[in-house]
Design a binder for this molecule. Structure first.
Ligand code: KIV
Ligand code: ZN
Length: 509
């Protein structure tokens, strides 16, 4: 049987990033892109270049560094979007521009306020213009799931003529059932033939994105668009790891199809995405959830011990999950540390390892056993940092007495160190108040989350805060990491403050 290669188009850095709270800085995106390349992803949608200077910069950096995957930028069907996208990917070895316009009656009438003829004209112009920059052009019919099939055939014929090489059929609002998606792809595949590759892009609003992607493959789609951990707007996108593992595990029925994914990098990639975005997959999430390979009930444990296949259809080790992840201790050297970072999917320059290694040694003094998760948390807290304007030097707390607590800090700012103290209704309140006072700002705490990075009483505490500062209405996220929860809290708040100043444009990354 001849194997049909399914192109894996990963959009974690673009559609995934549109998930609330998942925004990443350029360094974080670059780290992730390099890991996606190691995972064997064929096309990396690195961002939406025109959306912001930060997106543009991240796509540029990814284009400079990724060598074996195609690097792609999204662009609306507008000349300026396309020009900026082309600019952002210009240094990539393999380049793709992905342009789109909505084709459903509801989007054309209310969002675009355009007739179907105008939409076709705009799509053709966009593809023809994109073609002047590179050969590999993808065109998407936004909201294809609710578009008229006869109209889609017409627009697809027109964009093929203009030079489109991949035609993407997104179920933008996750409306279609797998059988319906399969039927749409079958009709379009028949009409397009081998003039272009048909791609699918399913959202998970009704929980069937992966099933719809697989049904589309069976009906002629040769590219699937997906994200790690199923990250994405609303209920997310189809999860890469689920599609890939379904094809592998059910080789008996999908043997005809395969991907270039290196499945033993799945676990590291999933953890990297969660650590960087702070969004954990649900514990019972297929393939990468915390419980995906755990057997709690006695009957299951008994069965698995006697013969693994009684209750397991895949091995955790196949996706790179290593249960014995105690790694390094305080006597570990720089070489072992660097090797570990590479195995965990980080690509840190030699010049930057020293700083992280110092933090690792401090942690190793405070904590006997260091797990992979500790290292992931440590490195990602380092790469998520914007330039530190404010830096916490010391934090002192007094006992909480009859509800009143006292916090004193020394914070450095602009080469000066300022010390002050404040009283609050509880320790956390006192910490936030004294930081506000020293930094001369008013922050409004919108969300606070603390979790233990690993098991054990002396586990690292990872704190996430969401804050609104002064007149600026956008919610800023900050992260802090320490074996001491209050220290992690103070650092998370200061991290948010630094991001706020960075956003205001005062400081460069
Ligand atoms: O869901 C969607 O329609 C998209 C397109 C931009 C491809 O993400
Ligand atoms: Zn989408």
């Amino acid at each position: 049987m001849k194997t049909k290669n399914i192109i894996i188009f990963d959009t974690t850095l673009r559609d995934g990033e549109q998930s609330p709270g998942a925004s990443m800085n350029a360094e974080e995106k670059t780290q992730l892109a390099l890991q996606l390349e190691k995972l064997g992803v064929d096309v990396i949608e690195a961002g939406f270049a025109v959306a912001s200077p930060g997106d543009f910069d991240a796509i540029r950096r990814i284009s400079d560094q990724v060598k074996s995957s195609v690097v792609c930028s999204l662009a609306r069907a507008l000349d300026n979007d396309i020009k900026v996208a082309a600019d952002a990917i210009s240094s990539a070895k393999f380049q793709r521009i992905h342009t789109f316009i909505a084709t459903s009656p509801i989007h054309m009438k209310y969002k675009l306020k355009m007739t179907p003829e105008e939409v076709i004209k705009k799509a053709v112009n966009a593809v023809a213009y994109a073609k002047t920059f590179c050969n590999d052009i993808e065109f998407s019919c936004e909201d294809a799931g609710r578009s008229d099939i006869v109209f889609m055939k017409e627009i697809l014929d027109a964009v093929i003529e203009a030079g489109a090489t991949t035609l993407n059929i997104p179920d933008t609002v996750g409306y279609r059932m797998p059988s319906e998606m399969g039927a749409i792809i079958k009709t379009l595949h028949k009409s397009v033939g081998d003039r272009a590759i048909i791609s699918v892009h399913n959202h998970n609003d009704l929980g069937v994105a992966v099933a719809s992607s697989i049904e589309s493959i069976l009906n002629g789609a040769r590219q699937v668009e997906c994200t790690i951990n199923g990250l994405g707007e609303r209920a997310g996108n189809a999860a890469l790891e689920e599609i890939v593992m379904a094809l592998r595990t059910r080789h008996d029925i999908f043997g005809e199809y395969d991907t270039n994914i290196n499945i033993n990098e799945i676990y590291h990639t999933s953890r990297l995405v969660s650590t960087i975005t702070g969004i954990e997959p649900q514990p019972n999430k297929a393939i990468v959830g915390k419980n995906a390979f755990l057997h709690e009930s006695g009957i299951h444990q008994n069965g698995v011990l006697k013969h693994m296949e009684t209750y397991e259809i895949m091995k955790a080790s196949d996706i790179g999950f290593d249960i014995n992840s105690i790694v390094l201790g305080k006597h570990s050297g720089r070489y072992a540390f660097k090797d570990k970072l590479t195995k965990l999917g980080f690509h840190i320059k030699d010049s930057e390892i020293d700083k992280i290694f110092v933090r690792f040694k401090i942690l190793a003094d405070a904590k006997k056993e260091i797990f992979d998760e500790d290292i992931r948390a440590l490195v990602s807290s380092e790469i998520s940092k914007v330039k530190e304007v404010f830096k916490l030097i010391t934090l002192q707390l007094s006992d909480c007495n009859l509800g009143l607590a006292n916090a004193a800090v020394t914070i450095s700012y602009d080469g000066k160190e300022v010390t002050d103290a404040a009283i609050g209704n509880g320790t956390m309140d006192a910490v936030f108040k004294v930081i506000d006072r020293v930094c001369n700002i008013q922050g409004e705490l919108r969300d606070y989350k603390v979790d233990a990075v690993t098991k054990g009483k002396n586990a690292l505490a990872r704190v996430m805060v969401k804050v609104i500062f002064e007149e600026n209405k956008s919610i800023i996220t900050g992260h802090g990491l320490s074996v001491d929860t209050m220290l992690a809290t103070a650092n998370a708040y200061i991290d948010a403050l630094n991001s706020y100043f960075f956003m205001k444009g005062g400081f460069k990354n």
